[in-house]
Write a protein that binds this ligand. Structure first.
Ligand SMILES: O=C(O)c1cc(=O)[nH]c(=O)n1[C@@H]1O[C@H](COP(=O)(O)O)[C@@H](O)[C@H]1O
Length: 230
């Protein structure tokens, strides 16, 4: 049985790399410092779904980040297909029809995470995209809809984690990208917090990509992030 108090499980390393070979090399370098990996668009469309299956069979935890959003039937059948890969988490966008379809298609071992408002958005971006609510209010509205529909977890920034915890309760998962160790480049992320701030805000998992994939010593960066999550 995995140890639920193992703080390594709180870090999800985003394998945003161009090839399976590079992803496998990074996983080897990180070694036993990390237990949980995310496969998103870039790797998923370059052989990463087969890698996801292999990692899951090898005992690692896997998050498939496809951020699905389509008509209900397509989402439901897509989620059903992903359910066979052995991953723990799959993302969909937090639209009510999409979330309800994902819940219908989900297999027993796959948890569905609803992406509320991308961490690269601020209030001005939300307005430009046509939303009439500031980001924090839109995250809260979508988290409440997700809970109502029976979604397993919420993706938001750590800045909204405390408010989302009040909405989803102790059993809802809160997963936060937009995480940067102090001093690291934010890049295109706009709602950013450190691993320690996220932990204090009550998250279950943080997602970190470029600060690890671009590091000279990725294992050391992973160990430092995990120590902040203890
Ligand atoms: O669903 C996600 O994982 C996600 C949601 C979100 O709102 N923001 C966000 O950055 N992500 C993902 O989290 C990872 C963050 O990567 P870095 O910015 O490199 O740490 C990327 O793989 C993003 O696709």
């Amino acid at each position: 049985m995995p140890n639920p108090t193992d703080s390594r499980d709180r870090l999800i390393v985003a394998l945003d790399l161009p090839s399976v070979a590079e992803a496998e090399a990074l996983i080897d370098r990180i070694g036993d410092a990390a237990t949980f990996y995310k496969i998103g668009y870039r790797l998923g469309y370059s052989g990463g779904l087969a890698l996801a299956e292999r990692l899951a069979k090898a005992g690692l935890k896997v998050f498939i980040d496809l951020k699905l959003h389509d008509i209900g039937n397509t989402v439901e059948e897509g989620v059903r297909a992903v359910s066979g890969l052995g991953a723990r988490f799959l993302t969909v966008h937090a639209y009510p029809q999409t979330m309800a379809a994902a819940v219908r298609g989900r297999g027993p071992d796959l948890k569905i995470l609803a992406v509320t408002v991308l961490t690269s958005y601020d209030d001005a971006d939300a307005t430009e995209a046509g939303y009439g609510l500031p980001v924090a209010a839109l995250v809260a509205k979508r988290a409440a809809q997700a809970r109502e529909i029976g979604i397993d977890g919420i993706v938001c920034s750590a800045a909204e984690a405390a408010s989302v915890r009040g909405i989803v309760g102790p059993d809802g998962l809160i997963v936060t990208p937009g995480i940067r160790p102090a001093g690291a480049e934010a890049g295109d992320q706009k709602r950013v917090m450190t691993p320690g701030q996220a932990r204090a805000a009550g998250i279950d998992h943080v997602v970190v990509g470029r600060p690890i994939t671009g590091a000279a010593d990725p294992r050391a960066v992973v160990q430092s992030i995990v120590s902040e999550l203890a």
